[in-house]
Design a protein around this ligand. Sequence first.
Ligand SMILES: [Zn+2]
Length: 321
Amino acid sequence: MENGPELDLGLGVYDERFQDPLAAADYLESLRWPNGPVCPHCGESERKPYRLKSKSRNLWKCAACRKQFTVTIGTIFEGSHIPLNKWLLAFYLLCSSKKGMSAHQLHRMLGVTYKSAWFMAHRIRYAMEQPAFQQRLTGVVEVDETYVGGKVRRSNLKQHPPLDPTQPDRRKQTGRGSDKTPVVALVERGGIVRAERMANVTGKELKGAIRRHVDPSATLMTDSFASYRGLDKEYAGHFTVNHLDEYVHGDIHTNTAENFFSILQRGIDGVYHHVSEAHLGRYLDEFTFRYNNRIANGVDDAERTRRALLGSAGKRLRYAE
Ligand SMILES: [Zn+2]
């Protein structure tokens, strides 16, 4: 599924592929099988599989192993009773909405139950998951943390020091007794982002994420949080920003990471309202996918949808729904 055709979306949601299950299957076939159908059972493609007559879906039969198949086998669509055209429309809606789309709105727009809409959105996030460590971040990389799902963010704490500095700052407590989950974002300026949830905001966790995702040739930009200390020995450069200082000093800032967090927070708070810690990783996949495939990176709504669809193969959900 590398070189499939473009998805021209001049008609928007009225596109035939969003209205007709067979047109949707034709498109998915052209995307998955640019050189003709491949049998998912035995891998045969030389002896061309042939089409079986079916009113409801595109059904193929392998000339070698004699088994039947459709384009959905081995994809996130496999086993779903939702028509493919509604799946394609759901992909398009989630790919073209900057802050995402709630299961409630998907339910209304697709005409499926709320529960189905929720599971569809979840599978689409899975399709959006990007191969980890495909490429390491290079150039200028901003690293920052935030808290998702709660009321107080550390960036706010930075601007509002504790009232009593002799007492532990209880606002920083996370985990047990807190509904906030820390997330670290690592953003290449003018490039892509990686975001991960963290068990704790410690030097070990933060440096671990940086070492996993950032190439040593990069120059790091972080705030002056103590957990980032010592990275200048491992990276080409490490500049720190003092959030209490209202002036921006030239290129030394973490505005790119803060902009990513701003979209993430508005989506999680404003669209999804509540995101459980167990599912947060999937939402991070969704927001990082859209950010990495954004207009500024030369990717429009149609191409973003096509790329998400390309990610639907080889990804059957392993856990029982
Ligand atoms: Zn076969």
